[in-house]
Design a protein around this ligand. Structure first.
Ligand code: AMP
Length: 318
């Protein structure tokens, strides 16, 4: 891992030499990939790409990558000329009793997956690079940071907003790609970029699921086979809401109650929240409207799972 004193402009090659450090940037072969542990390394690579007239796409992650992350990188690859991914397990978004220490960090596998999905370079900073000793600047998006996930994980969204705004300053991308899987997070980032006048367009990408419906998540690796089976109640309860709406059910209060009951009835699953909310304000809804999202968070054993579904009224479906 790098340290705060390493200010080299040349990104570290992995596993092949980084062509971006030369005068003539070349695309990296699939399965190759380059990474840099320094801010200057990434800025230098982005500068070379910009000078060549390329648009910059950015995909921030915490690593332990799965097909959901890959889909974001592939989307960025399809829409941008130069793709930067980042892998950083951000300590400021973890609570004191959360899984920061045990969060998986399979570095070589992650770097290879980034290359395979089409990233040109990966920013892989150490904690010291992002938060040098004495660090004291934080970004807070009021209101939305304190509800739902924010109510259960105090300080979480302050950490997210801080690290994403720092990453946005470092990469200066034209577009940044986030998953709908973390619905509240992408909404918060949209608000933050708008209010801070950050000239990066936020693109939200669909949630990738395993064939049984479980939303892909790095934390799924913590689940035992039995827990994984119980965890399916989240997506099943979400799909059930859409089924009811499709069947013409319009009693949102009852649909919401049944949503909660379905999850609460699953043994070994402790519900944090399950609500149908306004897609923009996240305020709980009692009657049908056009922009609705169902959000759920629950603990299965010691693993916390979240999921959501943007709800569609039948006559609006494509
Ligand atoms: P994370 O590494 O958990 O911080 O996630 C990095 C990015 O990948 C975030 O924008 C997530 O919303 C997104 N992501 C995580 N899981 C999925 C998924 N199953 N499908 C699509 N995107 C995802």
């Amino acid at each position: 891992m790098g340290d705060a004193m390493n200010n080299s402009f040349t990104p570290t090659p992995f596993p092949v030499p980084n062509p971006l450090s030369g005068a003539n940037p070349q695309p990296i072969e699939p399965g190759g990939g380059a990474f840099s542990e320094t801010v200057d390394g990434i800025r230098g690579s982005v500068r070379v790409a910009r000078r060549a007239g390329k648009t910059i796409g950015f995909v921030p992650t915490m690593g332990a990558l799965h097909a959901g992350h890959m889909s974001l990188i592939e989307r960025a690859r399809s829409e941008c000329d130069f793709v930067v991914a980042s892998i950083f397990v951000n300590p400021t978004q973890f609570g004191p009793n959360e899984d920061f220490q045990k969060y998986p960090r399979p570095r070589d596998r992650d770097l290879k997956m980034c290359g395979d999905a089409g990233a040109d370079i990966v920013f892989y900073p150490s904690v010291d690079v992002m938060y040098p000793a004495g660090y004291r600047t934080f970004v807070e998006v009021q209101g939305i940071s304190e509800v739902l996930e924010g109510a259960i994980r105090p300080g979480h969204f302050r950490g997210v907003a801080t690290v994403v705004s720092k990453l946005f300053q470092i990469v200066a991308a034209d577009r940044a790609y986030f998953g709908q899987k973390d619905y509240q997070q992408q909404l918060l980032i949209r608000i933050m970029t708008r209010e801070l006048n950050i000239p990066t367009e936020i693109v939200t990408c669909p949630t990738l699921r395993d064939p049984d419906g479980l939303a892909m998540s790095s934390r799924n690796a913590y689940l035992s086979p039995d827990e994984r089976q119980r965890g399916l109640c989240l997506s099943q309860a979400l799909f059930e809401i859409q089924r009811k709406l499709d069947a013409g059910d319009r009693d949102l209060v009852q649909i919401g109650r049944q949503f909660r009951e379905q999850i609460a009835a699953t043994s070994g699953v402790a519900l944090d929240y399950a609500l149908i909310v306004d897609a923009e304000t996240l305020a709980e809804l009692t009657s049908i409207q056009s922009e609705m999202v169902a959000l759920v968070a629950a603990r299965v054993g010691s693993t916390r799972l979240i999921d959501n579904l943007v709800l569609r009224m039948r006559d609006e479906r494509g």
